[in-house]
Design a binder for this molecule. Structure first.
Ligand code: MN
Length: 265
């Protein structure tokens, strides 16, 4: 929590630290009776507020960039979003995404950040964990969108890839960090439709980037990180040399080594 860090030990001891430690500890003190809040839990209340949703795509794909999109859905737009079929992009085919995304991009405020493979590899090789890469990109996309928004959102909901405290720890030292009303929620696309909208736009932009990269390298680059990917990477090594992977692949994936082996057969 802001103002209090709670550490629970396996021994059963619970430690409260920080300026609001006393206040927070009191809430849990059995001597003062169980404190069940009367109001709805914050998460269930979030579904109907005006919110920014933020989601990333491409972190599990060997080829192609990482794309993070933050999208704003106002209260009054939620029903329309549901009606036109907005849901988690993982439940939609690429054809459905290609049909839906342009409409969303027309009607919603959104901001995107694309981290090219070259840059991704540079960050990764400097020792940056993928979770920090994601944190930086989410913060950047959200910041960009906030600057362009005519009004402040009630909530900023990040599809959780990391626990909230760690998210902010990764952002320590960054110049502009959006902190107010930020929630990191697992499966956030089921909590607020803005996250689902963001995931659809992100996936669409990723597919476009992958098409563009495919044209550049002269073969169709497959999605994911499976065997097809190993074979495609091996073909690239054979025709262009390994250096080409820097500009279109995430080098630290095991696919690089597998492709080398196939190429050298
Ligand atoms: Mn996600």
């Amino acid at each position: 929590l802001s103002g209090c860090t709670i550490t629970a030990y396996r021994s059963g001891k619970v430690l409260f630290q920080g300026k609001d430690a006393e206040k927070e500890a009191k809430r849990w003190d059995s001597r003062s009776g169980p404190q069940t809040p009367k109001e709805e839990t914050p998460i269930s209340r979030l579904a109907t507020v005006s919110a920014i949703g933020s989601d990333e795509v491409g972190t599990g794909d060997y080829f192609g960039p990482v794309v993070v999109v933050a999208a704003y859905v106002a209260k009054g737009q939620i029903d329309t979003m549901k009606r036109i079929g907005v849901k988690d992009s993982k439940q939609l085919t690429d054809e459905m995404i290609t049909r839906l995304a342009p409409a969303l991009m027309d009607h919603l405020h959104y901001a995107s950040v694309v981290l090219s493979n070259r840059e991704y590899n540079r960050w990764q090789q400097s020792g940056m964990p993928q979770t920090k890469i994601k944190a930086l990109l989410h913060n950047e996309a959200i910041g960009k969108l906030m600057n362009a928004l005519p009004q402040k959102p009630d909530a900023i909901i990040i599809d959780q890839f990391i626990e909230r405290n760690l998210y902010f720890r990764y952002l320590d030292g960054e110049q502009h960090v959006i902190r107010e009303h930020v929630y990191c929620i697992p499966k956030a696309e089921t909590v607020h439709i803005a996250v689902a909208a963001a995931s659809i736009i992100a996936r669409y932009l990723f597919l476009q980037e992958l098409d563009y990269l495919s044209e550049t390298v002269g073969i169709e680059l497959p999605k994911g990180a499976g065997e097809q990917v190993d074979k495609a990477a091996a073909r690239l090594i054979q025709t262009h040399g390994e250096a080409i992977l820097h500009s279109c692949a995430k080098l630290h994936f095991a696919n690089t080594e597998k492709a080398r082996r196939i190429a050298n057969r």
